[in-house]
Structure formats: C-alpha cells, structure tokens
Design a protein around this ligand. Structure first.
Ligand code: FAD
Length: 422
C-alpha cells in the first residue's frame, strides 16, 4: 500500500484526503498541520466568529469522527520543518521523520504584517487563524478605538464586524480606493459609502509613517498627510504570502507561490501543491495566478488528488455530489471566484478584473444590487456582483466564454442565463 502525506491541515488538505478516500484509495493518508485544530474553513473568522459565539465545531470541514472512519491520520500541532524530495521524507518539528510515496503541499498562506516605527510594545494583530480571531474578538469591546491598516477584504470585513459591535473604527488604505486591486472604482466607492453610513471612517491614499505612545496605554498612529489617530488596537490586513519555505528549501520551482502545472503537479516528481500556496498557470488569462479563495482550495484539492491517483494508476471517482449543477461548462470552473460579506452586503468577484480597461454596469446602484462587467478590449474578463449572487453561475459561464452582447449585459430585462446559454 502507498502512503500519501499531506502537509498543512487546512481546507484544501481535508478536501484532498476525502477525495482520495472517496475514489477508493486504500493506502495510508497522513495529514500534518501546525495548528491545534482539525481542518476548518476560514471565511467566517472575519465575520460570524467575531460577531457571534466562536465555535470551532461550526467551522470544521468534517466532523472529528470522519477522519477516524475514513482512516485519515491527522497530526495536529505538528509543524513540518523540512522536505527531502529525493529521499521522499518530511521531517517533523519534534525530529520525527515520515516517508511518503506521494506528497501534497497544502500549506496555505499567512498574513503579511507591517512594522511601524515607534509602536513599541503595542501589538499589531493580523487575522489568519481561529486563534487570531479569538484574540481580535477579545479586543472588540464597545467604544474601543480601532485602526485597521489595509482596505482589502479582510480589513473591511473586520471593520464591518467591529462597527456592528460598537467599536469606533478607522480604515486606512494606502491606495486610491478600498479593494483597489480587484474591484472597479465605482464598486470601491459604493462599498466605502456603505462603511461611512455605518460610522466607519475610511481614509484612502494615505500611509502610516509611525506611531507614538499615548498616556492611557493607547497609541497615536501618524499618517503621511499629517493625521494622527488614537487607537486602542491596530489590526493589519495587507494581504497574504504563500507558505512555501519547505518547497523552496527542497529546490522546487517557486515564484509568488509553488509553481504547479494545470494538474497541480510541482517540479518535483510525486509532489503536488494545492490551495493558497499554489501558483498555477491559468489558460484563460495567459498567466500564473495564486488564488487565495475558498473555491480555489476546493477545486485544486480535487484536481491535485485526481492527478495523484493517476500516478498510482487509480481512477479518480468524480464526485457524485458534484457541487456544480448539470450543464455547468467545465471551463467555468477555471474562472476564479471569491466573495466577501460586509454588513448585509455580499460582493462576489468572478474572473480577473485587475487589468480591465472598461466596465459596463447592469442594474441600479441605488437599489443596492448591481453587477459590474469588466472588459479588456472586447473580451469579457470578469465581473463583480453586488448583492447579486444568484447570477454567479451565469456570469462565470459568460466569463468562460469571454464574450457577450454588451447591450444585453446592461439590460436587466434580459436574464443573464439566456446569454450564457446562447
Ligand atoms: P489554509 O486553510 O491556510 O491551511 C493551511 C494550513 O497549513 C494552515 O493551518 C497552516 O498553519 C498549515 N501549515 C503551513 N505550513 C506548515 C508546515 N510547514 N507544517 C505544518 N503545517 C503547516 N475565501 C473566500 O472565497 N471567501 C471569503 O469570504 C473568505 N474569507 C476569508 C476570511 C479570512 C479571515 C481568511 C484568513 C481567509 C478567507 N478566505 C475567503 C480565504 C480562504 O479561507 C482560503 O483561501 C483557504 O483557507 C485556503 O485553504 P488552504 O487549505 O490552501 O490553506
């Protein structure tokens, strides 16, 4: 029997292990992760976990009994220190060594942080893990002054949660607008207005230059436009970095993440990489993408497991409970998809909107539900859906097709699914 080792015990790792078993793989499976928890999903960490009662059980990918029943060994609280891709071994932090036949790297990403001169001992918090969420939650008492550095998804979600809890929140974004890299100017402004209406101060186009202590144990944050903000706590949300040290030291090809091919194979034989850590060529956009999203973790877990099974001459069993309904073009699954929830606003980003040169708006912003389609030349490359999640499937298919009748896209009388079916 073969031994599959999966490093990282997050969402992608759990899904990959389950897919291997689901396909009838009988060998040993060991999942090794450095967090104390069994694999869990992170999206709620910046939302319900902060505003409601935090319970890890609600976030688990599978119930604890699942791993026993499926004979999946999960080593929690265990950091993998080293990978030897020639000897096919991984070394655990306690010195233990495991030999594998096939290895999956699912080590995810970590929150980038900032060093702020003059901050002294005031902790700068980031949000990646359940433990981080518990620490932040403990701080979010009504009336505390919270400064959030970074107006990306996580910063804005924490801002929304904190505002709901009665904190006085200021978001500081260095770029010209919030969520700058992924949404259009008009959606960025619209979301900013939503935050302002809830009492959150949003400052764009300014950076932190330093900090100094205040008398009451708080800290004064200094911005480059001269503004001084008093804060009881600072949270940084300035993006993520791939956890690829293991792969780099083992000599695997890496860039912004671990380089994988279309089947999640790395440059080392019998080693696969999936989820946030993987940088994969996307044929539709003609470039490598490293996606930090729930959907990408699900998808690559399945792709990587199928490729792994192939090397064992074992046919993967495509999921009977396929999440994707019949008729969903396979290509549409390669279209990135991400969502964010802030207050009662749901924003979904489909495709790649970053380099677009033109947008078309469908619907009326005043209604609080609209879609912004992004084009490069005549090619439809992506869209953001504001409170319009029910159109996601159709939009994903349209982006996979890459073209659409522009007049029809802008006409709310014409259902989008009619356009993608055409
Ligand atoms: P992870 O879930 O991060 O798992 C990787 C695990 O590997 C971690 O536990 C890590 O500690 C461990 N590890 C790393 N190195 C080692 C090592 N050497 N040895 C042992 N263990 C190691 N996506 C959406 O689409 N929508 C959302 O609304 C959304 N909200 C989010 C909110 C927050 C606060 C965060 C943090 C993420 C959110 N995401 C969201 C992104 C989504 O959660 C991630 O894309 C997903 O978790 C990626 O799964 P993964 O398995 O690749 O990585």
């Amino acid at each position: 029997h073969h031994h599959v080792a999966i490093v990282g015990a997050g969402q992608a790792a759990a899904r990959c292990a389950a897919f291997l078993r689901d396909s009838g793989f009988e060998g040993a499976i060991t999942v090794i992760g450095d967090e104390p928890e069994l694999p869990y999903e992170r999206p709620a960490l910046s939302k319900d976990t902060l505003t409601g009662t935090p319970e890890i059980g609600k976030l688990h990918v599978f119930e604890p009994a699942f791993y026993r029943n499926q004979r999946i060994d999960v080593l929690t609280g265990t950091h993998v220190d080293n990978l030897d891709a020639h000897a096919k071994t991984v070394t655990l932090h306690d010195g233990g060594r495991l030999t594998y036949d096939r290895l999956v790297l699912a080590t995810g990403s970590r929150a980038r942080t900032l060093s702020i001169p003059g901050l002294g001992d005031t902790p700068v918090l980031t949000l990646r893990s359940f433990a981080d969420a518990l620490r932040i939650r403990a701080l979010l008492q009504p009336g505390i002054r919270l400064v959030i550095l970074g107006g990306g998804f996580i910063g804005l979600e924490v801002a929304a949660s904190a505002a709901c809890l009665g904190c006085a929140v200021t978001v500081v974004e260095a770029g010209a607008r919030v969520m700058g890299r992924v949404v259009s100017d008009l959606t960025g402004r619209w979301v900013t207005d939503v935050h302002r209406a809830r009492g959150v101060a949003v400052k764009t186009g300014c950076a932190v230059v330093g900090a100094s202590p205040c008398a009451d144990g708080a800290v004064r944050v200094l911005l480059d436009d001269g503004t001084q903000l008093e804060a009881d706590a600072i949270i940084v949300g300035v993006g993520g970095e791939a956890n690829m040290a293991l792969a780099q030291h083992a000599g695997l090809a890496c860039g912004n993440g671990i380089h994988v091919d279309e089947r999640c194979r790395t440059s080392a034989p019998d080693v696969f990489a999936i989820g946030d850590v993987a940088s994969q060529f996307n044929p539709l956009y003609g470039t490598r993408l490293r996606l930090e999203s729930w959907d990408n973790a699900e998808r690559q877990a399945e792709i990587g497991a199928a490729a792994l099974l192939d090397t064992l001459n074992h046919a993967p069993r495509l999921r009977a409970d396929a999440r994707l309904p019949d008729g969903f073009a396979t290509d549409a699954r390669t279209i990135p998809w991400f969502w964010t929830d802030q207050y009662d606003v749901n924003v979904q980003i489909v495709g790649r909107t970053a380099a677009s040169d033109r947008v078309i708006v469908r619907g009326d912003r005043a209604d609080g539900a609209f879609i912004v389609f992004h084009f490069i030349g005549s090619r439809l490359v992506g869209a953001e859906l504001i409170n319009s999640g029910r159109d996601r499937r159709a939009v994903r298919e349209l982006v996979a097709l890459g073209h659409a009748d522009e007049a029809a896209l802008g006409d709310v009388q014409i259902p989008l699914k009619n356009l993608s079916a055409a």
